[in-house]
Design a protein around this ligand. Structure first.
Ligand SMILES: Cc1ncc(COP(=O)(O)O)c(C=O)c1O
Length: 301
C-alpha cells in the first residue's frame, strides 16, 4: 500500500511495511483492537483535522467500554498525529488510529497490558476517493445489527465489523451498493460503516445512539442542520417509516453525506431537497467556506 509513508508506532515513526504484529497476537487472532478514522482537509491555515478532539474522546471511550487502557494520553496522541501528518506531508486524506494488544496469546483471553497504538496517515487517492458524491443504492440486509446487550455497540471495535462485512456482502450479492441493518427489535440501526438518515415531511430523522455507533459525522449533522432551518430528530425508526421515507442518505467520515437513489425496489429523487441542503452545508464546512463551524477543525501543520 503506502510503503513510502511512515507510521507512528508506540512513540516512533517507522516505515509502513514494518508496522506489523505477530499472527498470534491477541489483536490479530482475537480482534482485540479498537480504532478511529478522521478526515484531514486543506484550509487557509494548512492541514486541518475534522473533529479530532471528538474522535480521540471516542477512542478513549471505546477502550473504557471494553475495560482496556490505551498506552498514551490524548495529549500525547495529538502530538503524535501532528508529527505523522507533518512527516508524511499529508494534505487531504485520512488519519487512522489503531489501538490493540500486540502480545501473542494462545489461550489467555484477558491481558493486563495497555493497548499499543499505531497511527497511519492516508492521502486521498483514486482508490480512496473522498467526497465522492455519486448517489448509491441500498437494501435492507438479512443480517441484523449486533444487539447492544451482546457487546457495547458504541465502542468502535474491529470485531464489530464482521457484522458490517456480512451486511455489505449480502447487499453486493443482491446487486446493491450498501446494506442497511435493522436491529433485532426490527427498528432501523445503521449501515456497515455508515449512519443512516431519513427525511419525512421535511424533518431529518436518525436512530438514537445506544443501538448505533456514536458517529461523529452523525453528531455534526444533527448539530449543524438546524442552523439552516432543517429540524432534526433522534428517534426509533420502524421499517415502515424507512420504506416510505421521502429521502434517505447515509453519512460517515470518508464521504460525509451521500444520497440514496434506489432503496430496495423504490427509486428516490436524488438528492432530495433536504439532502441537497445538508450536502451543500457540509461541502461548505469542509472547504472552509462556512466559518460557523471552524472550531470543529484542529490545525495539524
Ligand atoms: C458502524 C458505523 N456507523 C457509523 C459510522 C460513521 O461514523 P463516523 O461519522 O464517526 O465516521 C461508522 C464509521 O466507520 C461505522 O463504522
Amino acid at each position: 500500500m503506502n510503503y513510502d509513508l511512515n507510521v507512528w508506532l508506540n512513540g516512533k515513526l517507522i516505515p509502513w511495511g514494518k508496522a506489523t504484529v505477530p499472527l498470534l497476537s491477541h489483536g490479530f487472532s482475537r480482534a482485540s483492537a479498537i480504532f478511529e478514522v478522521f478526515g484531514t482537509h486543506v484550509g487557509p491555515q494548512g492541514t486541518m483535522a475534522f473533529r479530532m478532539d471528538e474522535h480521540l474522546k471516542r477512542l478513549m471511550k471505546s477502550a473504557e467500554l471494553l475495560e482496556m487502557d490505551v498506552a498514551f494520553s490524548i495529549e500525547k496522541l495529538v502530538e503524535a498525529i501532528k508529527t505523522t501528518v507533518q512527516e508524511n506531508h499529508i494534505g487531504k486524506g485520512l488519519v487512522k488510529i489503531l489501538a490493540y494488544w500486540s502480545e501473542e496469546s494462545v489461550i489467555q483471553l484477558i491481558l493486563d497490558t495497555p493497548l499499543d497504538v499505531a497511527i497511519f496517515t492516508i492521502p486521498e487517492s483514486q482508490e480512496l476517493a473522498l467526497d465522492n458524491l455519486k448517489p448509491i443504492s441500498a437494501c435492507v440486509s438479512k443480517w441484523r445489527k449486533i444487539h447492544p446487550e451482546t457487546v457495547p455497540v458504541a465502542a468502535k471495535a474491529c470485531s464489530h465489523y464482521l457484522n458490517g462485512y456480512l451486511t455489505r456482502k449480502d447487499a453486493k450479492n443482491r446487486g446493491f451498493d450498501i446494506g442497511i441493518m435493522l436491529g433485532t427489535d426490527g427498528f432501523l440501526a445503521e449501515g456497515s460503516i455508515e449512519s443512516v438518515f431519513i427525511v419525512k415531511d421535511g424533518v431529518l430523522i436518525t436512530p438514537p445512539v445506544g443501538r448505533v455507533l456514536s458517529s461523529i459525522t452523525r453528531m455534526s449533522i444533527l448539530q449543524a442542520a438546524p442552523n439552516i432551518g432543517i429540524p432534526v430528530m433522534e428517534s426509533a425508526i420502524t421499517s415502515d417509516e424507512l420504506y416510505s421515507a421521502d429521502e434517505i442518505f447515509i453519512a460517515h467520515t470518508g464521504i460525509k453525506v451521500l444520497p440514496v437513489n434506489l432503496f430496495e425496489n423504490r427509486k428516490l429523487q436524488t438528492p432530495g431537497p433536504v439532502t441537497k441542503k445538508v450536502m451543500e452545508l457540509f461541502a461548505n464546512i469542509i472547504h472552509f467556506e462556512d466559518n460557523r463551524f471552524i472550531d470543529w477543525f484542529q490545525k495539524l501543520t
